[in-house]
Design a protein around this ligand. Structure first.
Ligand code: FEO
Length: 397
């Protein structure tokens, strides 16, 4: 069955139903690697797939055209989930010229022997005529890698956006309006939080660059194609890229003998009130992907750990290390946790929160062995303060 975006523009990608670990991204719903074939006076393949799916792409393309007749293969992004199949694809399409920007050509040469490839380098704003349709290229550096690029077909108001607006979502249906939008938006949010968040500024610059371009359909490299809910995904991206927080307080923690958990619960109790979404996340009962997604739009975050071998517990350290790389900005925050004969856990967290330049509202809240009723009252007060901050927090501009 063909999946047709416009007349003679078809999806020829692959669905990866079983992937659950995408270099540590927990892909609970699998993913897809989207590639598209445009048949005009010239024929162009837009993007490829991950190497193990090359034959699937080639079979889909061969059902639509003679592979010898493919004139161009556009590479919008050199990451191997899209470029991995290029050697096999270009071998099967011997008359195709690879079209990409200069940085992409260099990156591809670092991954593959490209000496026999015909490569046409394009720059921001360049166009390539296919006949009735045109490919126009917009560079989008750091969305997701330095070479990243969008390809736009003005005659169809169709944007191939590679990773941007994508979702790791394996689905037999290819369009947003055919699927459960709550699931699609959740996966788009998870994708942005775990892939796009460090590049908020370039994402915003890209959105601004696109503001003068008429777009009726966005075809990303992962997940479903946006043809009915463009306003929703654009608006969500603007909020995420602006670090716009919701009145939401997270209590992220680990625990050994439930002392730190009792503190976490008291902070949660203090934060919970109408209009504030408060929640607790035990780091070993969740995963980094979900935690980052929750942090994306949280206004306030309390992070707790008991002291283990003079340090915070390892999964708390992993969480803070991961968040530090993703660079969520503008959170009100505080550290808490228990200790026995030696200090270290809450202090480690406090240092990490300050290094992320979060707005740390107080010195670490500690309990020696077990939290006393007074300490639990202090935890409730901290929860209240974080909720107040969450309600008053303005988006960063
Ligand atoms: Fe889907 Fe950055 O690769």
């Amino acid at each position: 069955m063909n999946i047709t975006l416009r007349e003679n523009i078809d999806w020829v990608g692959a669905v990866d139903w079983n992937i659950r670990d995408f270099h540590s991204y927990n892909t609970e719903r699998g993913t897809s690697y989207n590639a598209y074939l445009i048949r005009d006076e010239k024929t162009a393949l837009i993007d490829a797939v991950k190497a193990p799916f090359a034959k699937e792409l080639l079979a889909k393309a061969a059902a639509l055209c003679d592979l010898d007749k493919v004139d161009y293969v556009v590479c919008n992004h050199a990451e191997l989930d899209h470029a991995g199949a290029l050697p096999e694809v270009l071998e099967a399409m011997p008359n195709a010229t690879l079209v990409c920007d200069k940085k992409c050509a260099n990156e591809l040469a670092a991954h593959f022997d490209t000496s026999g490839w015909k490569i046409q380098e394009v720059a921001d704003g360049d166009s390539l005529s296919l006949g009735r349709r045109t490919l126009r290229f917009f560079t989008s550096p750091m969305v997701h890698w330095p070479e990243s690029m969008f390809t736009y077909v003005p005659e169809e108001k169709l944007l191939f956006s590679m990773d941007a607006f994508g979702q790791h979502y394996a689905c037999g249906l290819r369009f947003d309006d055919e699927t459960d939008m709550a699931v699609v938006m959740q996966e788009a949010k998870t994708y942005y939080a775990n892939i796009g968040m460090p590049y908020a500024k370039p994402v915003m610059q890209c959105i601004e660059k696109l503001s003068g371009v008429e777009v009726e359909m966005i075809a990303p490299s992962h997940g479903v194609i946006w043809r009915s809910h463009l306003a929703e995904i654009m608006s969500a991206y603007k909020d995420w890229a602006a670090h716009r927080a919701r009145p939401k307080v997270l209590v992220i923690y680990d625990t050994m003998w439930e002392s730190t958990e009792a503190m976490a619960r008291a902070i949660f109790e203090g934060a919970a009130r109408p209009g504030v979404e408060a929640s607790m996340i035990h780091v070993r009962r969740s995963n980094l992907t979900k935690i980052a997604t929750e942090v994306l739009d949280a206004a306030a975050v309390a992070v707790g750990s008991p002291t283990l071998n003079r340090r915070m517990m390892p999964m708390v350290a992993a969480t803070l290390c991961y968040l530090d790389g993703l660079r969520p900005l503008g959170k009100a925050a505080a550290a808490f946790g228990s200790y026995g004969w030696g200090r270290g856990g809450p202090e480690d967290i406090d240092k990490a929160l300050r290094e992320m330049q979060w707005d740390v509202v107080r010195k670490p809240l500690r309990a020696n062995w077990r939290p006393t009723p007074e300490t639990l009252d202090e935890c409730r007060l901290l929860g209240r303060e974080l909720a107040d901050r969450a309600l008053s927090r303005l988006p960063l501009e």
